[in-house]
Design a protein around this ligand. Sequence first.
Ligand SMILES: Cc1ncc(COP(=O)(O)O)c(C=O)c1O
Length: 302
Amino acid sequence: MSTAPARTYWIDGSLALPEAAHAPLLSHALHYGTSVFEGIRAYPTPRGVAIFRLDDHLRRFFASAEAYGLKIAYTLERLHEACCETLRASGMEDAYLRPLAYFGDETIALSPSLLCSTHVALAVFRFPPLSAGAPGFRATISPIEKFSSRAMPATVKGGGHYTNSVLALQDAKARGFDEAILLNVKGDVAEGTGENLFIVKDGAIRTNDASADVLYGITRDSILRIAEREGIPSSIGAISVEALFGADEAFFTGTAAEVIPILSVDDRVFPKTRPVTDKLRAVYANAARGGDPRFDDWLTYL
Ligand SMILES: Cc1ncc(COP(=O)(O)O)c(C=O)c1O
């Protein structure tokens, strides 16, 4: 049995003991959400442990940091190595990696990029897919609106952005649902609280883009590429609530949830047979676990 600690940390340049994994109370990020982060998965594969689309996640991490003026003192290559080193130290095969960059405690003024240090940390821990064992999610249209990209850049993963998701998911759960679907300021579908959304109509898939105020999910991109290889037609554009309710199938995509069918949205119950979702879900799960040579370049083997 493994004696590895439940969480393994790398903090500001080196592996760190759990006792050192603390931030000062006056950290700017704690007060104002001025952090950026990633959620990355590692899977056991026939060729050993592999991290899924690591450099794509790290590229988004750097883009998120730039949007908030966080100055990461490491190269992408160094953080790539840090992810591998920390995962190796964890001894885990099935793991979730959480890189985080945040402003320190030099000031509580609202212009931290001029005054605060940027800290970079990484935690590795177990986080079973939200979809594990679940047939799908029962979703609800949230009364909480998705923030506009004119307010905050939705295409990057800012810590403070997630207060929007927290409010929506807490409301959905309190009303007995599994997940919320947020509408954007135009009244169209934006996304789930931590997932992108796809609909299926007449055998073709459709998802939205930045003009709907969504995060460009790595899983979303993987599904679009898998669909192309599988000959499943796809389109990108606005998704109205009517289109969602009129779809043959619908599903969420995200690192935490992977690909998960939407069983229902409020009173609209989707058919129990969902051939396109099932196909994409199976190909994705297999590719992430090293079973599909067509997508082997998505994997960083330890
Ligand atoms: C708001 C939001 N949309 C979409 C996604 C899906 O992104 P990814 O597939 O990169 O995990 C996430 C997950 O991080 C998210 O938080």
